[in-house]
Design a protein around this ligand. Structure first.
Ligand SMILES: Cc1ncc(COP(=O)(O)O)c(C=O)c1O
Length: 404
């Protein structure tokens, strides 16, 4: 069966919610992928930041397979050893105290929002006359997920149209504007949720000085500081968490994507202050912390937290950005990034270039309205980087076609 066959099935039977490229994936190894026509691609997407260890990593596959040979799922009424071990590894790598496991980034953010609100309710008595301390501030241009609540949390008007009514209790401020944030800190606020680098929004950075002011302001007002590291976490930017690049200590951190290395898993983690806020019955998930996903995640976390591994992520990111800058491509306005998260701002519609790259054998992402986004596997080799960059240069810079 070839691409055309599966594309036909997809068009006929799968809900048309995705702007698909005309490729059906067959298999791959690390950052090299093959489609169902046998065509080869270099992967600068890692399944949108998911395949941290690339495709078919031997250690990861063995860990998942071993767990599948024991049991794939029971329920959260019983302890799953891999979940317990994973929680220990995550707290050690992040300095957090407790972890709740779920299945996706949106769910992790939903949980974080619940935790922030419950903390405030317990401490300040939400619902008492004159007290409605339940509002979460988020930043304009952010992205926090696709459930009704995380769409409401997302600070982009275009996501607040088609599915009203949305969850109440969110307000939005300009990123990197501490005065705007101070003004928004009204008595109804219980939390602030931020992405340190806005991924979907265009690989836009929050400034270090702003982040430190944010942390101080949250402490001063006893506001839960939630950092959404769904895209930036688990080694993506060359530290285990991106907040560790800036020395800030959130109350709650959410992760997903790269945590599982290819299987669906998400988590929200919190510090001591929030550790006992949620008790029995307050939150739950049938599949959350699925043992096979936890076994894969355990392999990811053990490998990624290693300092030499993290250094290699930083080095490869520097190399990638330096090579792109050296290309001197006229349509490239800016190259920005940290570790293996990079945005290349261009003149023109990035989706057109995503399509052309795909035709020429490079899988790449867009973000915002004018950014090409690079989220390769953390294990991508320099040869794979070079092969992908050659295609990128041909697409952005000129005319030359690449071999099939
Ligand atoms: C920062 C951020 N938060 C949340 C999400 C939602 O994650 P998921 O698609 O796993 O629900 C995403 C997805 O792109 C994201 O980038």
């Amino acid at each position: 069966m070839n691409n055309a066959y599966y594309l036909g099935l997809d068009a006929e039977y799968v809900m048309g919610t995705y702007g698909r490229l005309p490729v059906a994936i067959s298999h791959g190894k690390n950052a090299t992928v093959y489609d169902c026509d046998g065509r080869k691609y270099i992967d600068f997407t890692s399944g949108i930041g998911v395949n941290s260890l690339g495709l078919c990593d031997e250690g990861w596959t063995a860990a998942v397979t071993e767990q599948l040979g024991k049991f794939a799922h029971m329920s959260n009424y019983y302890v799953a050893p891999k979940m317990a071990e994973l929680a220990r590894e995550l707290t050690a790598a992040t300095g957090m105290s407790k972890v709740f496991f779920c299945n996706s980034g949106a769910e992790a953010n939903e949980g974080a929002i619940k935790l922030a609100r419950k903390y405030s309710r317990d401490k300040y008595g939400f619902g008492k006359p004159g007290n409605t301390r339940a509002t979460i501030i988020t930043l304009k241009n952010s992205f926090h997920g696709r459930t009704i609540t995380t769409l409401a949390a997302t600070g982009q008007d275009k996501f607040h149209v088609d599915f009203a009514p949305y969850t109440e209790g969110f307000k939005y401020v300009e990123p990197n504007d501490i005065d705007a944030l101070k003004e928004a800190m009204t008595p109804d606020v219980c939390g602030l949720m931020i992405e340190i680098i806005q991924g979907e929004g265009g690989v836009n950075f929050l400034r270090g000085a702003y982040l430190r002011d944010v942390e101080e302001l949250c402490r001063e007002h006893d506001i839960a500081l939630i950092v959404d590291e769904v895209q930036t976490g688990i080694g993506r930017t060359g530290r285990f968490l991106t907040c560790q690049n800036y020395g800030i200590e959130p109350d709650i951190v959410t992760v997903a994507k790269g945590l599982g290395g290819g299987l669906p898993i998400g988590a929200f983690m919190c510090n001591d202050k929030f550790a006992t806020v949620l008790g029995p019955g307050d939150h739950g998930s049938t599949f959350g912390g699925n043992p096979a996903a936890c076994a894969g995640a355990l392999e990811v976390v053990r490998r990624v937290k290693d300092q030499a591994f993290l250094r290699s992520v930083r080095d490869k990111g520097e190399y990638l950005r330096a090579r792109i800058k050296d290309m001197n491509i006229p349509i490239v306005r800016e190259v920005r990034g940290l570790g293996l998260m990079t945005g290349v701002e261009i003149d023109g519609d990035p989706r057109e270039y995503v399509k052309k790259c795909c035709e020429m054998g490079l899988l790449i992402l867009s973000a915002g309205s004018n950014v090409l986004r690079f989220l390769p596997p953390l294990t991508i080799t320099y040869d794979e980087l070079d092969a992908g960059l050659k295609i990128l240069e041909a697409v952005l810079g000129g005319s030359q076609r690449c071999e099939k």
